[in-house]
Design a protein around this ligand. Structure first.
Ligand SMILES: [Zn+2]
Length: 82
């Protein structure tokens, strides 16, 4: 179902949608591998609150903040407060 979403959307999907699909597919692969919910960078628990907010995120809050900082962008959880 979800795994077929890329095919059914084909090449009409916008880059943002394709990025989201990539993230979801990667998350599904981590479910299969038994590593879903663990940060791919540091291996720590991502945490149920963060997963509820961002189910496909591969990074814990700390690593996501580091990555966002390295990219020079604000982390997504700051959007609501700014
Ligand atoms: Zn981490």
């Amino acid at each position: 179902m979800l795994r077929d979403s890329r095919r059914s959307l084909g090449s009409n999907a916008s880059p943002a949608v394709r990025l989201e699909l990539d993230a979801i597919e990667a998350a599904l692969n981590r479910v299969d591998a038994g590593s879903y919910g663990l940060c791919v960078a540091c291996g720590r628990d991502i945490g149920p609150e963060r997963l509820a907010f961002l189910p496909a995120t591969p990074h814990c809050l700390g690593c996501a903040a580091e990555i966002a900082h390295a990219r020079g962008s604000r982390p997504p959880w700051s959007w609501a407060t700014c």
